[in-house]
Each structure stands twice: as structure tokens, then as C-alpha cells.
Design a protein around this ligand. Structure first.
Ligand code: DGJ
Length: 729
């Protein structure tokens, strides 16, 4: 049993293999958070003592107990308006205009298995792998009920959180905030890491001290965004990859989100994570329920490495779904950086012929195959093939590609419309805009109002027709702008604040329908690279194009940051041409290959420009990925260096049985007359002997982990690191 309940003291203890989470309902029915950390084996209530803090008031029933304040106590799901002045998890406006809530404990339910969430992605597990604890809370003055859900996957040290807010009263209530997670951590944590960036530089970790006041890492772009990722780590100053305690939280949501940490007057950290409240206003009519997205948490007392391993396994085995969840992914070639919009079926077939000869599995036809789309100014929304470019249509092209022994994949950007398109001319009202204003254009395009069921139906039908018209094995689902101008004719003026979340619900509904109708198609997510790289999308698409920056050196930083929460198999990564199209940088072919192999591997270049020698290299790389792909995707991943500060980026894959080890990376610069860099391996069997394939030498696991190994002598800049060790039988 991972959850124990003491009915008398109303103490709830959630245990996983290496962590413990505790909360209790006190004598007033207030749900106090008591502990999240190492396994402690007793109630931590004794730490929950507070002084009388001036200007931190007391609940009415506490009478003259001035040390009892909601403003100082650690709480599980704090509300607005009733004496806790810190950031809250839930706020509502009642029919009389007041905005107070005061949730008190009213019961619980415990059952085997993992809850799911209506209309939203959620971690899933078999009944013997997980337990669910539901805590029922009721507002002291209204008929608002809240159910806090805790899903426990003990083997993975994972606890999930989600809330259901229900209006059991007669009149409507307006929800203005409904967070998924509140975590009050009074002690031990004084730093946080968030993952920020921009287009072509996503998920860069930034580690900062907690400082008094409210720290925030949020997106108001309608998507989870390039700029901030819905993941966060709380840690202390001593925490490293392998030592120290840290807590990771990941929101399974693809829309605007908010991660806030308040470091309060008593130096206590409160983390609140959920839908971004700024543009959120949801009418909860009598009898209705609101479901928050899920937040996934893990605790590690052994640094970030263990935290990442917990999240990687959870994402791969309990979030990603479908045929490709754990399957070997096809090595693909994408024509985008080879041709951009300038192609016809002959050019595509020429790429396919050459790629097939090199062993590539699948050709992806990117942007520009449909409507009138010769640049990015037109055509979005017209999901029918442009037969001027693809003479004979997609069916014939797919057959020709198939006859080469390859499969065929296609790019879509379903959520968008160009003003210069048949769709816009027929349905201008389907684009998101506020009637009295000009809409903001971005990449010349507008966003379709997928809160409108007719728009979703159009997209489902038009995409299904394409998928049925040709043998298509893969879809790249792109999304190339942030959203604003929120307004939909489908909602009344009072309910416009529901639109941003309804957009995400519409997106998930469409993805669910399509992935169910076409279970054999591999869906890859994308948003101008990694602008919507989140666990919500990974529920539908087991891989996501990681970044539009394909430069190997830049990718080491982007993939490093991505690896804190997301598994390697989720990271779409391609070998591209040099000079690189985003940076002009020239890196060796082998360097580009080892970097792209730390992902779901492929190519994105004009094979006509490669020399015969380079083509032979590509051939070998593909054979190599087919051999090592399982170690890379199923093995444990170790960050052996920090590419932000070190002179090299080195990472390692170790098979679960510890017998196979692959060390890859890049030495950024070669300096003359300097000692060779040493890298210390991790995760090996200390007693085992490991043979290094590159020199045939044998090393003890303990020596490789404690003393390390000399990295290869480099020549030139961006030299590859590629070392393969096998344990001797
Ligand atoms: C952005 C994607 O990230 C690129 O890979 C490419 O598909 C373009 N969009 C096409 O418009």
C-alpha cells in the first residue's frame, strides 16, 4: 500500500519507494501540508508550530489562538480572500460579488489505479501500479466542493495532482483561478530552476536563489511556449546531478500556464502551478464541474539525475501512448532545410531515392505541399494537395516512395489559417479576432478558432481525407505563432475568459480523434521547433521537434535543458547541412550525427550536396543508430557535463542491466598544449570490467566512475566524442 490514512488524526501519508508526502486535516478541517521529501516514518506534524505573527490573522473558530494563521501555515490548496495573503491555488467570485473561499475537509476515498481527467491528458497506469487518493473539501459558506486528486506511482517516485471544482449551489460561480498544484515547502529549499528561452533556443535552465516576494515563470501565449516551459525544480544550494534534494514539477498542459513561487515573510517557499489565471475566467453553472490539468511531481534525494530518470520513465511509459510509445522510431529525412518551399514531386523523389539508398526509413514532406503555398504568406487551412507541385497527387507520390522501400510522412499546421486561402475566403469568421480590432498577424497567419466545433470538424474531415488518400505513416503537427486577440462568437461576452482553456480542450479533442482514427500513424509535435514541448502534447505525439535550431553546438544546450524532464525518445533531432542554416557554423558530420542521435533521429539536408564519402558516413550512421537506438531510447541518460559552463558537452546512455555504455558529446574548442579532458562516467557496475570498443582496453567500472576516462584528443573545433563500452561477460 502506498497510501495510509489515520482516520482518527486525519493524517494522510503517501509513500513511494524513495519519498514520502504527508498532509492532515486539523481540528478546524484545514488541510495542512506536513511533508514532502525523504521517507521519515512518522507524522511530521510536530514541525508545524508557528509564532503569533503580526498582521497574519486568525480564523474565527481559533478564537484567541493568535498563533494559528492561514497566512503562515503550510496548506494543501490555499484559497483567496480568507486570511492567507500568499499566492492562492483557487479563487472564485460568488453571485453576491464576494470572492472568498474557505475550503475545509469533508472526507476521502482511496482506490487502486490511477484517476483520469475528463477531456485532458493524464498519467495512466494499471491498477497494480498506482493508487488514487481523493480528498473532499467544502467551502464553509457556499456549495463549492473541491476534490483534490493524488495519483501515486510508488515505483517511479511519482505523485500526480489535480483538482475538480464543483458548484453544488443554485447560482453560477465565476472561477478566476484553479491551479493544479500547491506545494508549501517551509524548509530546505532556497533555489529554483526554470527553463526559459526563445524561438531557436528553448528550455535553457536558469538556476536562481529564491528571493522574498513572488517569482514567476509563465506563458500567456496560448501555448506552453519557447519562452518558458511548464516544468520547474526546487532545490537547495548544494544540490548537484548526484547529490542533494530536489523536487521537480511538470504541468501536463499545452496552453498558457503559470508557475509561481512565493518566498514569504517566514522564508517559506510556496509553489503554485496551473492554468495561467490572468486570462482565465470560467463560469461554473449550478451542477457543473471544472477539471484542472494534471501536475506531475517527483522528489529525489540524490540530485537532478535521479529526478530526470523518474520523469523520463514516467513520460515514456505512463504518458506517451499508442503504437510508437516504446517502439523503435523510423530514421526520417525531412525536406524542409533541403528545399524550403521550392520543390516539386521530382525533387522530393530525388531526395527519397538517395535517402532510400542510404537506409533512411521515412520521407517527410514538410510545409508547402497544399493549397497555394509557395511561401509563408498563403495557403494555410487549404488541406488539399497542390497538384502543380505534386503532379499525380499524394497517393502516387506515397506509392513511389514506398516502392523505394521507404514510408511517407506529411506536415500539417492544422490550427492556422492564411488570409490568402480558400478557407479564409469562405469562413473569415473562423479566424480568431476581436470584432472591433484588427487581429495581430504573426508569420502572416491567423489562428483558427478551434473552440468552435465546426472548425474542429472541418480539420478532422480534411485531415482524414488526406490521410485516407495516400499511404501516410507519419504526421508532423506544427504550430507557428503565439495566440492573442482572444474572442470567439461561440461564447457570450461574459464567458470570453473561458476561451484560452477551451482552445486547449479543442486541441486535445482533435488530437484524440485523429490519433484514435489513425492508430498506425506516428504523430510528431512541433511549434516552430520546441514551442509546445510539454507533457500534454506528448500524450498524443510520442516525439516533438525539439528546436528549429539544428546547429549541433547550439543543440547541446537545448537538448541538455530538455533532458531534465523529457526522455531522449521524445526529442526530434536531425543532422542538417553546414554551414548551418541558423548560425552559419560549420561542425563535423560525425559531431552532427552524435548530437542528433541523442533523440529521435533523422536528416534534414539536401543529399545532393553530400560527397560520396559523406554519403558513406550517413549510411554508417544509420546502421549505427539502428544498433544503438534501443540503448539510447531505453537506457538511462546521464548528463556528464554542463554545456553552459564547461568546455565540452558530454552525455551518457547506460543500459538498464549496466552492460552497455555509450558516451557521446562535443569538445567545443581545441587548445594546443593542454591536458586531455577527463570525463567521469556514471551508473556503471563498480566491479564489472568494461571494454572500450575504440581502443580495445578494459577498465573497471569503479575506475571509470571515480577516476574517469581521457576524452579523445581533439583536432579542430566541435570535435565529436563517441565511446562505446561493453561489460565483459
Ligand atoms: C516550423 C518547423 O519547426 C520547421 O521544422 C518547419 O516545419 C517549418 N515550420 C515549416 O513552415
Amino acid at each position: 500500500m502506498s497510501v495510509t490514512v489515520n482516520e482518527k488524526s486525519k493524517l494522510f501519508v503517501i509513500e513511494t519507494d524513495n519519498s514520502e508526502y504527508q498532509f492532515s486535516a486539523d481540528e478546524y478541517g484545514v488541510l495542512r501540508h506536513l511533508w514532502y521529501g525523504e521517507r521519515v516514518g512518522m507524522s511530521m506534524e510536530y514541525l508545524c508550530e508557528y509564532p503569533d505573527v503580526g498582521f497574519s490573522g486568525n480564523i474565527y473558530e481559533a478564537e484567541n489562538r493568535r498563533s494559528y494563521s492561514l497566512d503562515t501555515l503550510p496548506l494543501e490548496y490555499p484559497c483567496t480572500g480568507t486570511g492567507d495573503y500568499r499566492i492562492s491555488a483557487v479563487s472564485a467570485v460568488h453571485c453576491d460579488g464576494s470572492n472568498a473561499l474557505d475550503l475545509r475537509y469533508s472526507g476521502y476515498r482511496l482506490y487502486d489505479g490511477k484517476y483520469s481527467i475528463e477531456g485532458l491528458p493524464a498519467v495512466y497506469a494499471d491498477d497494480n501500479e498506482a493508487q488514487t487518493l481523493e480528498i473532499y473539501l467544502k467551502d464553509s459558506a457556499s456549495d463549492i466542493m473541491v476534490t483534490l486528486k493524488y495519483g501515486v506511482l510508488p515505483k517511479l517516485d511519482i505523485i500526480t495532482r489535480s483538482a475538480v471544482i464543483e458548484n453544488k449551489g443554485e447560482s453560477s460561480v465565476i472561477l478566476t483561478n484553479a491551479a493544479s498544484l500547491c506545494l508549501d515547502m517551509p524548509r530546505d529549499y532556497n533555489e529554483w530552476i526554470h527553463f526559459h528561452g526563445r524561438h531557436t533556443l528553448e528550455r535553457i535552465p536558469e538556476r536562481l536563489p529564491l528571493a522574498h516576494g513572488i517569482l514567476e515563470s509563465s506563458s500567456r501565449r496560448g501555448t506552453s511556449s519557447h519562452q518558458q516551459n511548464p516544468t520547474v525544480i526546487l532545490c537547495n544550494g548544494e544540490c548537484t546531478e548526484t547529490n542533494g534534494k530536489c523536487i521537480g514539477a511538470m504541468l501536463m498542459y499545452s496552453g498558457s500556464f503559470s508557475t509561481k513561487i512565493e518566498y514569504d515573510q517566514l522564508e517559506q517557499a510556496r509553489l503554485v502551478m496551473g492554468i495561467d489565471p490572468e486570462l482565465f475566467r470560467w463560469e461554473l453553472k449550478s451542477g457543473e464541474k471544472f477539471f484542472t490539468p494534471e501536475a506531475v511531481m517527483s522528489f529525489s534525494q540524490n540530485g537532478f539525475e535521479k529526478l530526470s530518470h523518474n520523469f523520463h520513465k514516467t513520460v515514456r511509459e505512463h504518458i506517451c501512448r499508442g503504437k510508437y510509445k516504446l517502439a523503435e522510431r523510423p530514421v526520417l529525412i525531412n525536406n524542409w532545410e533541403a528545399t524550403y518551399f521550392d520543390f516539386d514531386e521530382n525533387k522530393i523523389l530525388n531526395i527519397a531515392e538517395q535517402a532510400a539508398a542510404l537506409g533512411v526509413d521515412l520521407l517527410v514532406l514538410d510545409d508547402g505541399w497544399f493549397g497555394k503555398r509557395n511561401d509563408d504568406c498563403s495557403g494555410l487551412g487549404d488541406w488539399f494537395v497542390n497538384t502543380n507541385k505534386i503532379k499525380g497527387g499524394l497517393g502516387k507520390l506515397a506509392e513511389n516512395i514506398k516502392s523505394l522501400g521507404m514510408r511517407f510522412g506529411l506536415w500539417f499546421e492544422p490550427e492556422m489559417v492564411s488570409e490568402d486561402s480558400e478557407l479564409y475566403r469562405t469562413h473569415p469568421e473562423w479566424a480568431i479576432k476581436i470584432p472591433s480590432r484588427y487581429p495581430v498577424r504573426s508569420r502572416y497567419q491567423l489562428v483558427l478558432d478551434i473552440t468552435n466545433p465546426d472548425v474542429r470538424e472541418y480539420l478532422f474531415e480534411s485531415m482524414s481525407n488526406i490521410l485516407k488518400s495516400a499511404d501516410i505513416s507519419y504526421i508532423k503537427w506544427d504550430m507557428n505563432r503565439s495566440i492573442c486577440d482572444w474572442y470567439t462568437p461561440c461564447l457570450s461576452s461574459e464567458n470570453q475568459g473561458e476561451m484560452p482553456h477551451r482552445y486547449v480542450l479543442g486541441l486535445y479533442e482533435l488530437l484524440e480523434r485523429l490519433t484514435t482514427a489513425f492508430p498506425n500513424v506516428l504523430f510528431e509535435g512541433c511549434s516552430g521547433g520546441g514551442g509546445r514541448f510539454d507533457a500534454g502534447m506528448l500524450y498524443y505525439c510520442p516525439q516533438i521537434w525539439c528546436s528549429d535550431d539544428t546547429d549541433a553546438y547550439e543543440r547541446t544546450k537545448i537538448q541538455y535543458g530538455t533532458s531534465f524532464f523529457y526522455p531522449i525518445s521524445a526529442v526530434g533531432s536531425h543532422v542538417s547541412a553546414v554551414p548551418n542554416h541558423q548560425t552559419g557554423r560549420i561542425t563535423p558530420m560525425e559531431t552532427r550525427a552524435v548530437t542528433a542521435m541523442a533523440g529521435s533521429f533523422g536528416y534534414e539536408l539536401d543529399l545532393n550536396t553530400l560527397s560520396d564519402k559523406e554519403k558513406q558516413e550517413v549510411k554508417k550512421q544509420i546502421v549505427r543508430f539502428k544498433k544503438d537506438g534501443s540503448l539510447i531510447h531505453n537506457g538511462l541518460y546521464y548528463r556528464l557535463s554542463d554545456p553552459m559552463t564547461d568546455k565540452f558537452a558530454v552525455w551518457e546512455f547506460v543500459s538498464e542491466d549496466r552492460s552497455e555504455v555509450l558516451v557521446n558529446g562535443i569538445i567545443f574548442r581545441t587548445e594546443p598544449n593542454c591536458t586531455q579532458y577527463i570525463i567521469k562516467l556514471r551508473g556503471l557496475l563498480p566491479e564489472a570490467d568494461y571494454r572500450l570498443a575504440e581502443n580495445g582496453e578494459v577498465y573497471k567500472g569503479s575506475a571509470l566512475m571515480n577516476g574517469g576516462i581521457l576524452m579523445p584528443k581533439s583536432w579542430g573545433d566541435y570535435a565529436p566524442v563517441d565511446m562505446h563500452f561493453t561489460a565483459e561477460a
